[in-house]
Design a binder for this molecule. Structure first.
Ligand SMILES: Nc1ncnc2c1ncn2[C@@H]1O[C@H](COP(=O)(O)OP(=O)(O)O)[C@@H](O)[C@H]1O
Ligand SMILES: [Mg+2]
Length: 586
């Protein structure tokens, strides 16, 4: 599955306006009641607005032409009342739809966030956080704008237009037809140009995403940037992204605003037609002044909403472009589904790799035909040169990725048949680059371990004591209550590794993988870690990836990993020889 959202084929051509609208409306299916009420309100509003010109024309012919001013006052009063009611309904449905829009944002942001949480590591390798944030924040807001502001106006405008059109044709069908012809041109023009407008908007949203990604990259790497004095370089990169976004915004603006003048032109043409043809009809005696006034008013009532529709149509195109970007995420499926249990093979091995091949998405093969077994209660060391494939092998053991070919067995069963919860319970993985969450040391040790969640500090210390972990707390000034800020930046790398170590060991996994987990810890503390590991329940299998020779000296078996091949080192001395040889040749 292709997880790179920005390299997916452009969808704007595939999704037609109608099916786009339909999928947008599916979004609001839970808001049926509010939509119906808003719809009724807008219908009342439009009918009142449509009735106005008719009453005005009637008043002119019946009362003004005959100088019965009492009647004029009565009708003026009625019209005022109608307009006030129209105002009320307009306010009402605007409020109602504002709420609908916000609820859509709420649901969509949750849906996208939940979806992202489901997706495998490969997805995060291929997409920049900044672009994803932009989709969650910016693109959902485009939909909110459409629903809270545009949708009801859209419907209201269409109702008013149809109503006005009917009045125009009923009052005088020839004049009506002449008035409506320019609208046909507008329709043809709009149809022809909409895909282009949507594409321009899609480009704009995309460049907003890239800009956001640029900001995110420099923010997460600010230390490197400052240390290497790369500020100018990043300034330039941001400037470039910002400029590109500016250009696409101008492009989108240009596209979005093209409707307005064109619509204006045709609506003026229509007014001109009514006026000249109407006066001609009056001169012939076939038409009254009152009717002409009503008529001009209806023509305005027809073309004004049409002009508004131009703006709304734009809002719709923007919403569609945003919705496309959102659905790209929502339609992704995890390529690490839980497979059906194919049954157990009789084996005492905790883990077995069978002819495993692996390559990162879009890249060349990294691991070639690897087979090995890890027996229960044993300690394994993985050694080899940097870039040889140790971390990759460990990631596959923990099913951060699936192999391209071959099979990984966990306790004799295909690892794909375990649920994420079962897998996390059996396998503990201390990453090469541990990540801590904002909070306290205690919260971080307890991360994804509900067992001791309600324990007081004193109770929890006892638990740590029993696991011999308590001694590790001395390096933290305030012990369990030491605060961790922004991803563990307030701690040293070694301290982070200690927390990650406690986090993993406390869960007592059957298979514990340590990826260079003690690389930044002093030798004394490391000896302490060795003691703790020796204290683990007997059935624990340990996989230690390390480059310090003393850490691997006690291993039962040593695997040598180089250029994506795994070989068994017969003895410690053999491993050292291989390592030295590998270093010399690489
Ligand atoms: N996320 C990734 N995407 C693409 N290639 C990767 C990724 N991670 C590692 N690699 C590549 O896989 C190879 C093995 O890397 P790794 O397993 O991290 O080595 P080691 O842990 O032994 O130093 C390297 O050539 C590296 O460039
Ligand atoms: Mg590594």
């Amino acid at each position: 599955m292709n997880y790179n959202l920005n390299s997916q084929p452009a969808r704007e051509k595939k999704v037609s306006t109608i099916s786009g609208l339909k999928s947008l409306l599916d979004l609001v299916s839970e808001e049926k009641q509010n939509l119906t009420i808003a719809l009724c309100s807008i219908l009342i509003n439009s009918s009142l607005n449509l009735l106005g010109p008719f009453l005005i024309g009637y008043t002119i012919d019946k009362y003004i032409q005959t100088k019965q001013f009492h009647g004029v006052l009565v009708f003026a009063g009625i019209l005022l009342g109608m307009y006030l009611v129209a105002l009320g309904t307009s306010y009402f449905h605007t409020q109602l739809m504002g709420g609908v829009g916000q609820r859509i944002i709420l649901t969509l942001r949750n849906a996208i966030f939940n979806k992202i949480q489901e997706l495998p590591v490969a997805f995060f390798n291929e997409n920049k956080a900044g672009d994803l944030i932009s989709r969650v924040n910016n693109d959902t807001d485009k939909l909110n704008q459409f629903f809270s502001q545009a949708l009801m106006q859209f419907i209201g405008s269409i109702v008013t237009m149809i109503g006005a059109g009917i009045f125009l044709l009923v009052i005088n069908w020839k004049l009506g037809l002449a008035t409506l012809i320019p609208a046909v041109f507008i329709l043809i023009f709009t149809r022809a140009i909409s895909p282009w407008v949507k594409q321009r908007n899609a480009q704009n949203l995309k460049s907003a995403g890239s800009m956001s990604a640029e900001i995110q990259e420099s923010l997460t790497n600010f230390k490197v940037i400052i240390a290497f004095n790369r500020r100018d370089y990043f300034r330039k990169r941001f400037d470039l992204a910002n400029r590109h976004n500016y250009q696409t915004a101008i492009g989108a603006g240009l596209a979005n605003n093209i409707f307005l003048p064109v619509f204006g032109l045709f609506s003026s043409l229509a007014q001109l037609t009514v006026l000249s043809y109407g006066i001609f009809l009056i001169a012939e005696g076939n038409f009254t002044v009152g009717l002409l006034v009503s008529y001009l008013s209806y023509a305005t009532n027809f073309y004004n909403p049409l002009r508004q529709l131009a703006t709304l149509w734009t809002s719709f195109q923007v919403a569609l472009a945003g919705w496309d970007r959102i659905s790209q995420i929502l339609t992704l499926e995890s390529n690490l589904p839980v497979a059906e249990d194919q049954g157990q093979t009789a084996s005492t091995a905790v883990m077995a790799f069978k002819d495993v091949h692996f390559g990162y998405p879009g890249g060349k093969e990294i691991l070639h035909n690897i087979s090995f077994t890890l027996e229960s209660r044993k300690t394994y060391a993985l050694v080899g040169p940097t870039g040889g494939g140790k971390t990759t092998t460990a990631s596959i053991m923990a099913r951060l990725y699936d192999p391209i070919a071959g099979q990984v067995l966990l306790k004799g069963r295909d690892i794909r048949s375990y649920t994420p919860a079962e897998r996390a319970e059996k396998i503990g993985f201390i990453l090469q680059e541990p990540f801590l969450f904002t909070g306290t040391i205690k919260e971080n040790i307890l991360y994804s371990n509900d067992q001791y969640a309600d324990f007081s500090n004193a109770q929890f210390l006892e638990v740590l004591q029993a696991a011999r972990l308590e001694a590790l707390l001395v390096s933290f000034e305030k012990g369990l209550d030491t605060l961790v800020s922004s991803g563990g930046d307030s701690l040293s790398l070694g301290q982070k590794q200690l927390v990650a170590f406690m986090r993993a060991v406390l869960r007592k996994p059957e298979l514990l993988i340590l990826d260079e987990a003690t690389a930044n810890i002093d030798t004394l503390t490391e000896q302490l870690l060795d003691l703790i590991l020796a204290q683990l329940p007997e059935e624990t299998t340990l996989v230690i990836i390390a480059h310090r020779l003393n850490t691997i000296e006690n291993a039962d078996e040593i695997f040598f990993i180089n250029s994506g091949e795994v070989t068994r080192a017969g003895s410690f001395k053999d491993a050292v020889d291989k390592l030295m040889h590998g270093r010399r040749t690489s």
